[in-house]
Design a protein around this ligand. Structure first.
Ligand SMILES: [Zn+2]
Length: 104
């Protein structure tokens, strides 16, 4: 579950926004509105674009998300396993100290 969600690009990076004021609300209709609802910028002259479009990341659209680099993915798994180990270790310590406190 966590791995599958981490592989997806943040939806905020795919949302088109007004280049003049940064507005990305519903009234912009994902760049299809003729004017920006906030600042009145003519979106036909200066079309709204997403960060992904501005950065020119190839192969990314609203329906397609890039996969993480396999090395980054492995590092993420290692960090997740280390985190879970620390959580379990902390839980064991808390249980041990609780048992010691109640046995006195
Ligand atoms: Zn605007």
């Amino acid at each position: 579950m966590i791995l599958s969600t981490s592989r997806r690009l943040d939806p905020r990076l795919l949302r088109r926004r007004c280049l003049a004021c940064g507005y990305d609300g519903a009234l912009l209709r994902n760049g299809l509105a003729p004017r920006c609802a906030r600042c009145g910028c003519d979106l036909r002259q200066r079309p709204a674009r997403s960060y992904v479009e501005m950065e020119g990341i190839p192969g990314v659209s609203d329906h397609q998300s890039p996969r993480l680099d396999p090395i980054v993915e492995v590092q993420f798994v290692h960090r997740w396993v280390a985190f879970m180990f620390m959580v379990m270790f902390g839980l064991v310590v808390v249980i041990y100290l609780s048992a010691a406190a109640f046995s006195v």
